[in-house]
Ligand binder design. Structure first.
Ligand code: DX5
Ligand code: ZN
Length: 224
């Protein structure tokens, strides 16, 4: 099943609830929340208070992508604020297994993320304890960047590993997913599509979400 996860990073923060409502009407399945600390990535965004406000404004699952150092320190706060899914970067965790188990312990869906320069092989020992793997198709930190095609073989590799090891994690892709790239990520095997500027960048988020989902569904039909 394909799901669209609009990233609020490109939304108008002064009208967040309206923008989220429009994306929801366009078929969004979950809401992607980009959390940046100015250390792990060269940008700062939002923290638990905004997640708590979003929690009251939408019934969509909140997919919190933590681009932060020392995520263990903040996982409980994000869950208390209303995060349903939490993903953390392989590159930010010295004790990745422990940090992923901490997310599980707090009751959220467990996700692990890899940057464009990080191979899938670095996840071999944790694939059996995650609910989803997020493949970055841009270097994290900013919306509106160009899709890095190397993500495609990583998505394919994950899909193959899942079959060969009889695992159940889902595959999410984040960065540069737009009308011109959505078909290729879906054909490679991505199931959760994060899109920021393609949904909120310009025009009506509802129409943008509908068009992206339509293109994604068409690509699944073409997948043989
Ligand atoms: C980048 C973020 C993305 C970002 C994607 O660090 O993780 O979620 O919002 O934005 P687009 O879809 O514009 O590449
Ligand atoms: Zn993200």
């Amino acid at each position: 099943m394909i799901e669209l996860a609009p990233s609020i990073l490109s939304a108008d923060f002064a009208h967040l609830a309206d923008q989220v409502r429009a994306a929801t009407e366009g078929g969004a399945g979950l809401l992607h929340v980009d959390v940046m600390d100015g250390h792990f990535v060269p940008n700062i965004t939002i923290g638990p208070p905004v997640v708590a406000s979003l929690r009251k404004a939408t019934e969509l699952p909140l997919d919190c992508h933590l681009m932060i150092e020392n995520p263990d320190q903040f996982i409980p706060d994000f869950v208390s604020a209303g995060a349903d899914w939490i993903s953390i970067h392989q590159e930010a965790c010295r004790h990745l297994n422990r940090s992923l188990e901490l997310i599980r312990h707090h009751g959220a869906q467990v996700g692990v993320v890899i940057n464009p320069a990080t191979p899938v092989s670095t996840l071999s020992e944790v694939l059996d304890i995650v609910d989803y793997v997020l493949v970055m198709s841009v270097n994290p930190g900013f919306g509106g960047q160009k899709f890095i095609p190397g993500a495609l073989h990583k998505i394919r590799q994950l899909a193959e590993l899942r079959t060969s090891r009889n695992l159940r994690f889902r595959i999410e892709v984040d960065g540069g997913v737009a009308h011109d790239t959505v078909a290729s990520v879906v054909r490679a095997g991505a199931e959760i599509l994060v899109a920021g500027s393609a949904v909120f960048g310009r025009g009506d988020p509802k129409v943008n979400a509908q068009n992206l989902l339509k293109a994604a569904m068409e690509a699944t039909l073409q997948k043989v």
